[in-house]
Design a protein around this ligand. Sequence first.
Ligand SMILES: C[S@@+](CC[C@H](N)C(=O)[O-])C[C@H]1O[C@@H](n2cnc3c(N)ncnc32)[C@H](O)[C@@H]1O
Length: 255
Amino acid sequence: MSSGDRPSVEELMIRAESMKLDSEGVRKAFEHPSAPEFADQTSRWLPNSDNVHKLLLEAIQRHMPVKGHVLDLGAGTGRLTKLILEQFPSASVIVADYSTTMRHFAAAALADYDDRVTVVDLDMFASLWPDSICGFDVVVSGFAIHHGKSTEAYRLVYRRINEVLNDGGLFINLDHVAGEDRRSSISNAQSWRDFLDLDGGIDSDKFILSSYAEDRPIPISTHRQLLRETGFEQIEVLWEDMIFALYMGIKKSTR
Ligand SMILES: C[S@@+](CC[C@H](N)C(=O)[O-])C[C@H]1O[C@@H](n2cnc3c(N)ncnc32)[C@H](O)[C@@H]1O
């Protein structure tokens, strides 16, 4: 039900369905010159962002060797890479993204860490990844995998991630997830709108519309199942709030 002139969250979600971007539309959005600025405002739209990033770094600390090799998948501006490089001075990171705009931004933002960073062009949903993408202790991702256009696309990307990890390697993802049913998805999105409204400077409804038009989130239970099917164990949800979750899995030893 609408209150006053404001559409309900459910109405926004239905409207977003009719505006759904296809893969080309999503790619174009990330080529836009304003894309890096939006991606770098995470603390405004992610609840408890400092704490969530702390949890992410703590998980990496628990599972990565000192000279760890990391893949940041859909790395955008290099925001997560920078946190990792700062926290782990001997780690090196491959910064992978399919957007030229984002890669240019990331290369400039990470210029100070030159010898520990390589920026590469990669479409994570491509059926084949280059042979040079391999041997990682950690694959990290933030707000990128939710563009999987089907359960099969998610399964494929998890299989690729598993293949490029060393045995015992960590996959960790901070992302937009769906509720377990429509009712919980709507209620989670309502909580998120309440949170966005607190900012005062964000057009919450526009934000919700564009997020649901771009993203194709799936429930945590489906992520768990897909991770199990593609060779992960110790699958854990480290944090979950509103429409977001931080979850991880460890690559099962193949020996
Ligand atoms: C919202 S930004 C998040 C960036 C960063 N991970 C962060 O947490 O700040 C999403 C990024 O995923 C990238 N992306 C989306 N789909 C992708 C794909 N199929 N392959 C590679 N990168 C992709 C976009 O270009 C964009 O840079």
